[in-house]
Design a protein around this ligand. Sequence first.
Ligand code: TPP
Ligand code: MG
Length: 560
Amino acid sequence: MASAASEAIAVLEANGIDRIFGNPGTTEVPLLDATVSCGIDFHLCLHEGVAVAMADGYGRATDSVGVVMVHTSVGTANTLANLVNLRSDRSPLLVIAGDKDDRLSGRGCFCEVPDLPGLVRQVTKEAWRVTLPQKLPELVLRGLKVARAPARGPVFLAVPENYMAAELEPEFVGACRRRADDIRLRAHPDDLATIVRALAGAERPLLVAGNGIGAGESLPLLVELVERFRVPVVGEEVFTTNALNFPTDHRYYHGNFSPRMRVVEDADVVVAIGARLFMEYAWPSQPALRSGVRLLQLGADADELGKIYPAELAVLADVDDAIRGMHRIAAEVPAPDASALEYRHERALARNRPAGAVSDPADAAPSAALSSAENRMRPTRLLERMDAILPDDVVIVDESVLSKSMMQARFRLGGGRSYFGTSGGGLGWGIPAAIGVQLGMPGRRVVAFVGDGGALFNIQALWTAAHLHAPIVVVIVNNDGYMAVRRGLREFDEAAQRARRFPGTSFSGPSIDLPAIARGFGVRAVSVRSEEELTDALRASLDSSEPALIDAHVVSSHYY
Ligand SMILES: Cc1ncc(C[n+]2csc(CCOP(=O)(O)OP(=O)(O)O)c2C)c(N)n1
Ligand SMILES: [Mg+2]
């Protein structure tokens, strides 16, 4: 005999799930209890947003589905912001929420909401409620399948507590203890050949490398393809980039997409692989792609193909599989002749990043004056120091808002380094995601690079890092508040700008003692204001096998 809850946990185990991240209540006791006698660890997170991001980091680092357990309506509500992120990032996740006893529904019971899956339906791929005990293991298995099926995303399952402890009929015991189906999308070789020939034959081709590439393992083959045909490459836009989609130090890499880049403006053929075109932040002042440009697009998300700009060829395919196929085909497609190759090489090398995209106004000012005015580091120097000190196989988990463009431009991402970010915009993902990544990559150094504002949304994640001895290094870009919002007020150029008063953006009075907060959760922490202090702190944290937090104070006027 087995209960529905223990059978559900057995299905997770059969799928290689070895960790559940969560915050439980009494409703979930049968599920929690079932983890005790199997090989699954339950990791306590002190907020449900922490659990979602940590499971995301772990799932992405191990190429598996992250699993989260939360408590009824209240716990589910706390998952929302990070579910927005995961939905945006196409990250596979299964959230299992305990729900109140079915027989109570409609009687206004404790924690009742009329439709618990409805709370998250807009930010998940699917959201279900179990309606029979024997359907619990079945829906867990289906949830794992749907979360990983292209396009990936989070799935939610509400489980009424009266079904959890129910004994299953013998025919339902073991029936779902098998691997969830792995859905594949295979491109037709003719379509892949068309894309390869377009890259080989166009006069001014451009490759847009998107998150679908970084989520897979075929980047080295794509780099070879690019080098064979000498194609300039741009990444997705900075704020949507959530993975290492092309080595940022490659000589043919021009930086993140902007419509004002010459290499974008003069392209006659754009090949976009695993890329969103586009996840718009504001109404575009000009079309992001020139009319008349030939667009060939390939990715695992049908919604993104030809979404805003019509594609001449739109191929729904697994990106890794497609790149392997294109790489094979490329060997048989003649490279352009020598003079065309020379022209392409020059064009691929002619970097032309948009003016101001990664500039640092502080670079122009005498540093002595700056340091006496603010006694802080320039943020570009912070990135350059990190680049020099952090190891060649470091893993960066980035939620640094305005500093993200500097991370992309001033820190070498390539070779053995890895990068995880979010395109969702919901603050509170970075630190817990880094802990999850660290658990999934125990042999690597994982650095969370987060803003001082973002860090505070889920700062209690630090306790779980300390509890699990996860040796992450949290580098906080401390620019004294919400500089993205302050920049917005300045660009709005109305009353706030005239009065030089920026409500809702500053952390002064009292200032926030981030190292003291970190120490309160059991994490070693230090504030640094100079490059020397930063260097010492980074080296000390790399020597340690416990988590550490470095509160790096940078010149805030850089940002607005
Ligand atoms: C959950 C959530 N609440 C509010 C916001 C709005 N928001 C966008 S950027 C930002 C400020 C972020 O501050 P920080 O992390 O210090 O980065 P900085 O802007 O200083 O680069 C805020 C509050 C958000 N993105 N997510
Ligand atoms: Mg800030």
